[in-house]
Each structure stands twice: as C-alpha cells, then as structure tokens.
Design a protein around this ligand. Structure first.
Ligand code: ACO
Length: 216
C-alpha cells in the first residue's frame, strides 16, 4: 500500500470513495444522512473544505491505483465550534443536526481550547477505508501518519470524534485517551427522546485526544 498527501487533483476521487465507503459510519447509518453511492451535499461541503486545508492523507493500492482509504484532517481554531453551532441553526436537515449537533455540542461542553490553553487543535475528521481493504491495518497507518503530520506542523493536541468502535480501537492503540464518552443508547435530545439506535459493537461516541510533541 502507498500512503501520501491528497493533492487537489484527487479531491473528486476522494469524494467518490466516500460516497461508496463512508455511509456505514455508525451515526450516519443510524440517521441516514448519506446513502451509499449517492451525492450528499452537506457532508461533502464539510469534506471538501477539509481537503482544501491540505492536511489530508490517502492510501492507494499500487496494483490498481484505487483509493484504499483516507484520513481527512483539518484545523479547529478557538471559536470555530461556536460558529458551527450558530451556522447549524440555518440548516434544515434533521439528520445533519442529529450527527453534527451531537459532535458540536459535546465539544462545546468539553472546551478543549480552555482546558489545554490552545488556539488551534489538529482534528482527524473523517476516517474511511474501502470495504474490501478493511481489517488490514490501513486505518491505523492513516491515523499514525496523521499524528506525525500534526507534530511536524507544530500542533500540541490531536483530536478525533470517534463514532465507531473500530476508530476508537485504532485511537487507543496509538495512545489516545478519551476526553468524553457519550453512550448512544442513553443519549436524549432536548425533548427527552432517545434518537440513536446503533448496532453493536458501536456503543459510544468518544472524543479522543493525544498531547503531541510538536517539532516546530
Ligand atoms: N469487526 C471487528 N473488528 C474490526 C472490524 C470488523 N468489521 N474492522 C476493523 N476492526 C478492528 C481491527 O481488528 C482493529 O482492532 P485491533 O487493533 O484491536 O485488532 C481496529 O478495528 C482497526 O483496524 P484497521 O484494520 O486499522 O481498520 P480498517 O482499515 O478496517 O478501517 C474504519 C476502520 C476506518 C473504521 C472502517 O471500518 C470504515 O471505513 N468504516 C466506515 C466509516 C467509519 O465508521 N469511519 C470511522 C468513523 S469516526 C471518524 O471518521 C473520525
């Protein structure tokens, strides 16, 4: 497998990879924001702006040239989460709010910027491996290379909103710790209703972090 940065010429191919292989992410599978093989405007806007930040990494099968997996990485600045919560008010999609509302509100409560006295955090936002290449350690390698890039780029903290038991296992194996865990079955919305019915082994959404030793 070959690993490397994702150049602008590959962005469309990455979006196509995500249309095929990201929809079984546990929260999406539960609420049905994106359907396999179909465009998904709201998530793809988020994906594309993350790709444009220039910190994303892909795995390519050298035999076929196919994208085997991607880690879409971006920078979160102090205040971005508040803005995202504000922007979400103008979005009509209930499914989008069920996914990103959970992530943004949990991060708001956690406030890692205040806790660690930081202005910016390196985020691994989207981790996706082509279903035929899963279980071979590709996600782990993408994760590890993202961490190295974060350190080389001078970041002190790396964060992942890990919604899947599998991404949590990768994060744990690389020494990340859980800053906050939300049990899907116990979560209630503002009306007191349970909204996530997620299949095992995906029991929790975890905000996972690692303090880094920046090289710059
Ligand atoms: N059943 C049981 N265990 C599994 C499975 C499976 N189907 N798939 C992976 N694992 C385990 C592995 O054994 C490994 O654990 P271990 O180190 O304890 O042995 C761990 O999960 C990760 O294994 P990798 O081979 O590195 O992961 P893989 O390359 O298969 O990719 C990924 C994992 C990215 C989660 C993939 O399943 C996927 O793309 N899923 C759909 C999208 C998704 O859920 N992405 C993560 C959401 S969180 C986020 O995006 C930040």
């Amino acid at each position: 497998m070959e690993f490397g940065p994702i150049s602008a010429g590959k962005f469309e191919e990455v979006i196509e990879h995500l249309r095929q292989h990201f929809p079984d992410e546990p929260l999406n599978e539960c609420v049905g924001l994106c359907k396999t093989g179909e465009p998904c405007e709201l998530l793809e806007h988020h994906d594309m702006s993350t790709l444009e930040e220039g910190f994303s990494i892909m795995a390519i099968d050298p035999k076929t040239g196919e994208i085997a997996g991607v880690a879409l990485n971006g920078i979160s600045n102090r205040g971005d989460n508040e803005l995202a919560i504000e922007e979400m008010k103008s979005i009509d999609s209930i499914q989008y709010k069920q996914i990103f509302g959970l992530l943004y509100n949990t991060n708001q409560e956690l406030d890692l910027f205040a806790k660690y006295n930081l202005e910016k955090i390196f985020e691994l936002r989207i981790l996706s491996v082509n279903s035929k290449y899963r279980g071979k350690g590709i996600a782990k390698e993408l994760f590890l290379r993202s961490e190295i890039l974060a350190e080389e780029s001078g970041f002190k903290l790396m964060k992942v909103d890990a919604t899947s038991r599998f991404s949590q296992r990768v994060a744990e194996s690389l020494g990340m710790s859980t800053a906050k865990a939300v049990k899907y079955s116990e979560f209630k919305d503002e009306k007191g209703q349970s909204i996530y019915s997620i299949q095992p082994p995906h029991e929790y959404y975890k905000v996972m972090i690692k303090e880094l030793s920046p090289k710059n």
